[in-house]
Ligand binder design. Structure first.
Ligand code: ADP
Ligand code: MG
Length: 258
């Protein structure tokens, strides 16, 4: 049975998609069966896996509305894992879901029959605490929060942790925060080091040891339709995401190891 993790942070441009795509690729390289779900209408995760969001014949949108089956919309990326693509259509789902029954568990219900086909399902969330993100939180066992070590980042984190707590108590008792991941880190900036220390103090071992540095190869990779860990394996960014995947595996599969 797959472990389902959503990559969430209500701020945009904080590295959610980069984390989702690279973690998917790194886990696949370690032999795990991975499904990446793009739940952002911007479709950056889809494009970053080499799938043209404008050409897809069906997306996670149809799956949520129940007009297509999983097998009709899932795609195998050249990157070695499966992708449920997204595109602009998905922005309509926000409004359309409101009128439907069980609107916050549509994704959970759609995934239930296929969970035994994967080891890890990763959900790339949109930058909001919307109905789409709520669907991700209801479908997930855990939340991975990428964050930049900046002053306002901590403020945003409080809101997100609040949402996770609410979903945990009202809708999904299995939900927990798996990891807070420091991304786009620049050790030369004193404030970043201070915020990083504060995070450790406040959240303890929820803050993973691995730190993702700011690295231009990670930023270039999407324009080649590849995760950074495949585009340039030897780059600092690729090595960091591989180390993050290994740290996650160590915590999730302590007995079997890698
Ligand atoms: P989000 O999904 O939270 O909006 P993205 O993952 O799309 O954020 O990242 C925002 C931008 O920052 C993108 O252009 C991405 O390529 C770039 N980026 C993300 N992580 C890094 C990193 N570690 N180093 C350099 N650039 C990064
Ligand atoms: Mg994104």
């Amino acid at each position: 049975m797959a472990q389902v993790f959503c990559i969430a942070n209500q701020k945009g441009g904080v590295g959610k998609t980069t984390t989702a795509v690279n973690l998917s690729a790194a886990l696949a390289l370690r032999g795990r069966r991975v499904l990446l779900i793009d739940l952002d209408p911007q479709g950056n995760g889809t494009m970053g896996c080499g799938i043209d969001k404008r050409e897809v014949d069906g997306s996670v949108y149809e799956l949520l509305l129940g007009t297509k089956h999983f097998s009709e919309v899932v795609r195998r990326a050249e990157t070695g894992f499966d992708v449920l693509p997204a595109n602009r259509e998905l922005s309509g789902a926000e409004v359309e879901l409101v009128g439907l029954k069980e609107r916050d568990v549509r994704l959970k219900n759609a995934l239930a029959p296929v969970l035994d086909q994967y080891d890890y399902v990763l959900i790339d969330c949109p930058p909001s605490l919307s109905m789409l993100t709520l669907n991700a939180l209801c479908a997930a066992d855990g939340v991975i929060i990428p964050m930049q070590c900046e002053y306002f980042a901590l403020e945003g984190l409080t809101d997100l942790v609040g949402s996770v707590r609410r979903v945990h108590s009202d809708k999904n008792a299995g939900l927990r925060i798996i990891s807070i991941l420091r991304v786009m880190f620049d050790p030369r900036i004193t404030l970043q080091q201070q915020v990083s220390e504060q995070l450790k103090k406040h959240f303890g071992d929820k803050v993973f040891n691995t730190i993702i540095p700011r690295n231009v190869r990670l930023a270039e990779a999407p324009s080649y339709g590849q995760p950074g860990v495949i585009y340039d394996r030897s780059s600092k960014g690729a090595k960091a995401y591989t180390a993050f995947a290994d740290e996650l595996l160590e915590r999730m599969e302590p007995k079997t190891g890698r």
